[in-house]
Design a protein around this ligand. Sequence first.
Ligand SMILES: Cc1ncc(COP(=O)(O)O)c(C=O)c1O
Length: 424
Amino acid sequence: MSYQYSTFGRFLGRGSGIGELMDDLGHALADGGPDLKMLGGGQPARIPAIDAVWRERMTQLLDEPGGLDRALTTYDPPRGNAKFLTAIARLHREAFGWDIGPENVAVTAGGQSAFFFLLNLLAGRMDDDSRRQILLPLVPEYIGYADQGVEGALFRPVQPQIERLGPHSFKYHVDFDRIELADEIAAICVSRPTNPTGNVLTDAEITHLAELARAKAIPLIIDNAYGLPFPGISFGEATPYWDPNVILTLSLSKLGLPGTRTGIVIGPPEIIRALGSINAIAGLSNPSLGQQIVLPLIESGDLLRLSRDVVRPYYHDRSELARQAAEEAFGDSSGPWMMHLTEGALFLWLWFPDLPITSAELYQRLKARGVLVIPGHYFFFGLENSPDWRHGHECIRVSYAMEPAVVRDGLAIIADELRKLRFG
Ligand SMILES: Cc1ncc(COP(=O)(O)O)c(C=O)c1O
């Protein structure tokens, strides 16, 4: 039998390019032997000291009044557990001085759901049949947004400026000259730190974007899945930003709790009420275990301490090891290569100028050698077919959350493949 699908069903129910890639990665992982180097996923690392905290909390929850029993047997209100919302607002008030209360906070089933709701809440088809879009002021940007529009493409991507910092080092910047906030732009959206590049938009860039958004009376959405105050995978001096026109999203996933599916949104009360409404319609209530696990850690300040003293240094060390491994692997013998400044998140972003094949073909060759990465063009959604800009097809994303030896060996194979490609 073949059923007819709605527009929603057609766009969301019939797979996507990235869905196929994920499937391919999953099969390669399942079929690959013990030597397979999985550098493709967004899986956070298992940090022993952090895992131990979750185990301790699970034990405490068994005995805590209102603990595990409550988490398993009760529907929370659609916007989230009231104590959790209050604790999140207090944490940010005290850490950064932001003037927010629980009315500014909503929980969703992971950051991914937060984006599905937010992007479709603001953009897409409007009541008057016009269409509105989300401006991505700097692509490459998080692949997970790409297919979220319930009626198809939602984005207006903007090509970045490339600053060369050294023979093998570069950083993307927002090219403000290319930004045009036409009337059909519904919001500006950035991840900071950025997946896939590890870029952290500078304070000046964020302030400028916030000014542009405010002047146009549209929200600025900042995806803080990796940043401060938790999980804290942000290595530089960049300051967290919020103003009453900003929608900031957070998640417990990169702290090490992706299985609890806990996303958090801080934003204008009007947006927060709308998210509560969508939560109720789409899912009644949210998973509450993650909220229960971290609640006392937020109230005591321990979550900030763990993020600052354990999670951040852990990833910082890993990023340094990965950077050194890349320098050793590529050296001067594999042709031109560039690495984005690693300022946060879990990834190295590698650019191979004048790569003789596309990054999708490179992906296939590396897969055949047991190394899984993500080809770069996926992160340039909306620009991937731009005829005058090959850049996206010259980049790959490599996760460094795996064991350092796996990352090092994987990078050595990537470098070897490049040498073969370029010099035979
Ligand atoms: C930038 C960014 N935003 C949002 C998400 C969604 O994460 P989750 O749904 O696990 O909170 C991810 C996951 O990798 C991400 O990298």
